[in-house]
Design a protein around this ligand. Structure first.
Ligand code: NAD
Length: 449
């Protein structure tokens, strides 16, 4: 099928390229001329493992092209996916300006009946609003919703091997178009759930809010674990092995970030309030997430309270590993709190330095590698669990540092190795380990067999 994908960001680029890999002809559109130009030259403006190679292959075989010309792309396509940003609005909820502008541009350019598929995350009811907006088009336009569940860092795999695909359509015609587009994945046995548009819109929110809730749940318990001397990693294993609960999204850390969870939970709170429904649980998720970041920075400043002009090496700025995305990254809030505590901050991230510079500017020392970042530091604060941090040689780290303190904001380091190198290890919701010591009663599985 000839398809236009509007928006060449994390979602538009990945889904457009993957749809091309499924055999469709994709015209990917963006209003950002520099972005389109760089894509045409084979330079991918975001970091996503495997994406650059896949784009190259699909451009080469003629199934994927890039343009800023929405009108001619729409005219050449039967179906148009909208994957533009829906950022948070200052007054709460979403800023839908870009999405509505894209829908209007499609309506204005339609040269025959089209199907408009909303891939951006949108509040329930948006499909109806878009339908009203495009009514003025000269030809009938079907509006459908097909929310995206990809995770940055594993986006291609998530798109090509989805847990499920959600179709939200107002008519059988919309459903059959979506079915045709995804037929190659249906043939491979992936599950499809067809539902009304509003249910599809709400499903996306519900998934993100549930995942954010699990993170906040374990984070909240990590505070209690610290207070009573329990180990949250042991508790995680204990409950995650229960089939009714499962182990995913139960890792304690510095709190969630990114362009989705914070904005989607907050938009749900906003929408429920507008409908006079008290969002008791959802508000708690946000509060708990904020406290986690505050608690992490306070703990570091407390441990370093006797150090004059403390120097802290911050490892990781991206909101998670394997991406360069720093939207709502916990690192920024933590760094601001550390700076307010009069610390000097050195930072290093394998991919997210350029995006972070526009936010942190000259408030921190920018380092080219981990060693430079860590030299003469009184403490290391790991905020993103990049593999290169997890596998570092801790004896070298000890040599580079002035102090001894290692704060593991993702509970991802081998605590024994850190302590064996003569460093003092602090995690989230786990007892600290003094230099040279091992962990008492550490997590382990005693198999029945
Ligand atoms: N990033 C994720 O992991 C993720 C996952 C699932 C869903 N989502 C949702 O998908 C949507 C897109 O997210 P993203 O992270 O890809 O955003 P993004 O900001 O990375 O990309 C959006 C792109 O759309 C372009 N754009 C804006 N208006 C346009 C227009 N009128 N015509 C053409 N291009 C236009 C922008 O220039 C930008 O390149 C959001 O609603 C988001 O909530 C994101």
């Amino acid at each position: 099928m000839n398809i236009t994908v509007i928006g060449c960001g994390y979602v538009g680029l990945v889904s457009g390229t993957c749809l091309a890999a499924l055999g469709h002809r994709i015209i990917a559109v963006d209003v950002d001329k520099a972005r389109v130009e760089s894509l045409r030259q084979g330079k991918v403006p975001i970091y996503e493992p495997g994406l650059s190679e896949l784009i190259q292959a699909e451009v080469k075989n003629g199934r994927l092209s890039f343009t800023t010309d929405t009108a001619s792309a729409v005219a050449a396509s039967e179906t148009i996916f909208i994957a533009v940003g829906t950022p948070p609005a200052p007054e709460g909820g979403y800023d839908m300006t870009m999405l509505f502008a894209a829908a209007k541009a499609v309506a204005a350019a339609a040269n025959g009946p089209k199907t408009l598929v909303i891939k951006s995350t949108v509040p329930p009811g948006t499909g109806d609003q878009v339908e009203a907006l495009v009514k003025s088009a000269a030809y009938p336009m079907e509006v459908a919703n097909n929310p995206e569940f990809l995770r940055e860092g594993t986006a291609i795999q998530d798109f090509m091997q989805p847990d499920r695909i959600i179709f939200g359509a107002g008519s059988n015609q919309g459903l059959s178009v979506l079915r045709e587009i995804y037929q190659p994945l249906i043939d491979r046995g992936y599950s499809i759930f067809s539902m009304g548009r509003q249910s599809a819109e709400l499903t996306k929110f519900a998934a993100n809010a549930m995942l954010a809730m699990r993170i906040s749940f374990i984070n909240e318990l990590s505070q209690l674990a610290t207070a009573v001397g329990a180990d949250i990693e042991s508790v995680r294993m204990g409950i995650g092995s229960d089939k009714r609960i499962g182990p995913a999204f139960l890792k304690a850390g510095v709190g969630y970030g990114g362009s989705c969870f914070p904005k989607d939970v907050s938009a749900l709170v906003h929408q429920m309030r507008r409908l006079s429904l008290e969002p008791y649980l959802l508000e708690g998720i946000e509060k708990s997430n904020h406290r986690q970041k505050v608690a992490f920075s306070r703990r570091i400043l407390h441990v370093l309270s006797n150090v004059k002009n403390p120097h802290i090496a911050v490892w990781g700025l991206a909101f998670k590993a394997d991406t360069d995305d720093v939207r709502e990254a916990p690192a920024f809030e933590i760094i601001r709190a550390l700076l307010a505590g009069h610390a000097t901050i050195s930072v290093y991230d394998p991919q997210a330095m350029p995006n972070s510079r526009t936010v942190l500017k000259d408030t921190v020392r920018w380092c080219d590698n981990l060693e430079q970042c860590t030299r003469e530091a009184d403490a290391v604060a790991l905020i993103t669990d990049w593999p290169v941090f997890v596998t570092v040689d801790w004896h070298s780290v000890k040599q580079w540092m002035r102090g001894l303190h290692v704060f593991d904001g993702r509970n991802c380091l081998a605590s024994g190795r850190v302590a064996a190198a003569g460093l003092h290890y602090y995690a989230i919701g786990r007892p600290e380990i003094k230099p040279g010591k091992g962990r008492q009663g550490s997590v382990g599985v005693i198999s029945a067999g």
